[in-house]
Design a protein around this ligand. Structure first.
Ligand SMILES: *[C@@H]1O[C@H](CO)[C@@H](O)[C@H](O)[C@H]1NC(C)=O
Ligand SMILES: *[C@@H]1O[C@H](CO)[C@@H](O)[C@H](O)[C@H]1NC(C)=O
Ligand SMILES: *[C@@H]1O[C@H](CO)[C@@H](O)[C@H](O)[C@H]1NC(C)=O
Ligand SMILES: *[C@@H]1O[C@H](CO)[C@@H](O)[C@H](O)[C@H]1NC(C)=O
Ligand SMILES: *[C@@H]1O[C@H](CO)[C@@H](O)[C@H](O)[C@H]1NC(C)=O
Length: 527
């Protein structure tokens, strides 16, 4: 069991966050030289407009050349620099670890010029790396150790996927890989997440006095109370880190408390499952949920308890809340609409080095390593926006330009809560909680003009929905901490800061046009 808003494997992380196309600005740069060879040497601000000028969006996608799983099934292809290439994979156990590692061999021959190079991405669902080749000879890519049984089995069966990229994107990718946090479930992985958030988001991590776990009295927890989670270790931690960075949220996952007619306390949550692909919406007894977070969640979860304001609690229709929750239990996690809560604008949501090309690239890579899930992920949502049916990503890119729009504009079109996908309604972790609030009447007459699938985690905790009278917080609220937060942190080594907490009244079309650029994350009123 594991999960979070980020209940998605790490490639998804790359795909979702790394990706996301910026509107291709068609800068009509004139070039007096054949730029292809020098592009890799230029900063991306320069090389990217040139590339855009030379190619259409679909041509810039990484080209899948094949996958290699053993020396017996080597593959051959033509690159853009080297015309004759071949690759094969050799498993080894140099690390002496349980599943060993591997060496990917690539032979490049017949360069079309002296100065050109080919640039590749190598991907499994568990890792993405890259390299570029300038010399005609045999090159190797070392994978010291597979991530574990899953990756080992996957690579034996499906292989490592190889993608050829346009050379000009090299700088962009370099910049990107420099900022990617680590997925590792070690102290080192956790430290790298913390460092990333400090450097790129301006977050601070202050250690709290022990105990880091609060003894909670469940009698003080009521229907509608919000749980904000922040995970900082392992794949989920890394995914949340990127999600926090692009959205400006200081939490990465959420759940909601609910009492049944007998008074028993439950936690309803979107993004709980047994594996990476089968995360679902579920409702668990509080004890079971809390026990899991305390003892079994390897992502080092930090949890804040945000009690609902008594006026709203009085308004909350428990019957309607349960009806909504029951109608969603067992449905898949809200992959379809996850990205749309983040992207509202054509320019204001992508911190560098994220840009248009990376989005489509990441989507393409994802599709190759997880074909069954990929069709599910965005294509449907993009087709709905475009008014088309069953178009694949490259076709979408072509169609959107034909319609005189851009991929960036397409992504910025607000999601509608009542859109129904092939696998039913879709709800990410926070959309699920807010949909429940909506069903239970907390948005009152605004319900029809608010699309909660447009809300990020930050949008949820900045809503003016929570207890604002500190003398009414539960006795155990602050645990052993001398710093009195306006909410109750119940788990975690570091203090959970939620800037803007409990401050924004809901309004029509809330959060449908909000920029989110680090490190200020300036949010205009009424966006
Ligand atoms: C690699 O070597 C270690 C130690 O010798 C061994 O325990 C492990 O099973 C080996 N792994 C593989 C995949 O051969
Ligand atoms: C949770 O962890 C405990 C001990 O840390 C272990 O005994 C138990 O099997 C784990 N439960 C699950 C569901 O993984
Ligand atoms: C609460 O919701 C239920 C189910 O939607 C509805 O039948 C009932 O009338 C609602 N109660 C109030 C007080 O609005
Ligand atoms: C806060 O709550 C306390 C205890 O219920 C109450 O006495 C006090 O008047 C409240 N303060 C405000 C400003 O509402
Ligand atoms: C809490 O909010 C209510 C209105 O939502 C306001 O009347 C009250 O004064 C606030 N209390 C405090 C302590 O700020």
């Amino acid at each position: 069991m594991a999960s979070s808003c980020s209940s998605i494997p790490r490639t998804f992380l790359l795909v979702s966050i790394v990706g996301f196309l910026l509107p291709s600005q068609s800068l009509a740069l004139k070039s007096f030289f054949d730029p292809r060879d020098v592009l890799p040497l230029l900063p991306s601000q320069v090389s990217w407009p040139i590339l855009n000028y030379l190619n259409n969006a679909a041509d810039l996608l990484p080209a899948f050349v094949g996958s290699v799983s053993s020396p017996e099934n080597s593959i051959q292809w033509q690159g853009s620099c080297f015309y004759k290439n071949s690759a094969w994979l050799e498993f080894h156990n140099k690390s002496g670890s349980e599943y060993g590692g591997g060496t990917l061999h690539i032979k490049a021959n017949d360069a079309h010029s002296w100065t050109c190079m080919d640039f590749y991405i190598f991907a499994t669902p568990y890792r993405v790396t890259w390299d570029y080749y300038f010399l005609a000879r045999e090159h190797t890519l070392e994978i010291a150790e597979w991530e574990g049984k899953e990756e080992f089995e996957y690579v034996k069966k499906a292989g490592v996927s190889i993608f050829l990229l346009q050379a000009g994107v090299l700088k962009t990718f370099q910049a990107l890989f420099d900022v990617l946090p680590l997925f590792s479930t070690t102290d080192y992985g956790e430290k790298s997440n913390i460092k990333f958030l400090e450097n790129h988001m301006g977050a601070t991590f202050e250690e709290r006095p022990r105990p880091w776990t609060t003894s909670v009295n469940v009698d003080d927890i009521q229907s509608g109370d919000f749980l904000a989670l922040s995970k900082i270790r392992g794949p989920w931690g890394a995914f949340e880190t990127l999600q926090k960075w692009v959205t400006g949220s200081y939490a990465g996952h959420s759940a909601v408390c609910l009492r049944d007619p007998e008074g028993k306390l439950w936690v309803a949550e979107s993004g709980r499952g047994n594996g990476v692909e089968d995360d679902i919406i579920d409702v668990l007894p509080w004890d079971k949920w809390w026990d899991y977070e305390l003892n079994n969640d390897s992502s080092n979860p930090h949890i804040a308890f945000l009690p609902l304001h008594p006026d709203l609690r009085a308004k909350l229709n428990e019957t309607a809340a349960w009806e909504y929750v029951r109608s969603m239990v067992g449905k898949p996690y809200g992959y379809h609409n996850l990205i749309f809560s983040w992207i509202d604008t054509t320019h204001g949501n992508y911190p560098p080095p994220l840009d248009a090309h990376l989005v489509a690239s990441a989507m393409t890579i994802w599709k190759q390593v997880r074909p069954t899930l990929a069709a599910n992920l965005w294509n449907e949502a993009l087709n709905i926006r475009l008014g088309t049916k069953d178009l694949d990503l490259p076709e979408i890119l072509v169609e959107v330009e034909k319609q005189g729009s851009s991929f960036g504009e397409l992504l910025a079109i607000p999601e509608q809560d009542d859109w129904i996908y092939a696998d039913g309604k879709s709800a990410s972790c926070v959309a699920f909680v807010l949909e429940m609030y909506k069903a239970a009447g907390l948005f009152g007459p605004l319900a029809n003009s608010i699309q909660v699938t447009e809300f990020t985690l930050k949008d949820a905790y900045t809503l003016n929905f929570y207890e604002n009278n500190s003398s009414r917080l539960p006795k155990w609220c602050h645990g052993g901490d001398h710093v009195k937060l306006p909410y109750c942190q119940i788990l975690g080594k570091y203090r959970m800061d939620l800037p803007g907490y409990n401050s924004i009244d809901p309004y029509h079309n809330m959060n449908e046009r909000c920029p989110s650029l680090p490190t200020e994350y300036y949010r205009p009123n009424n966006c």
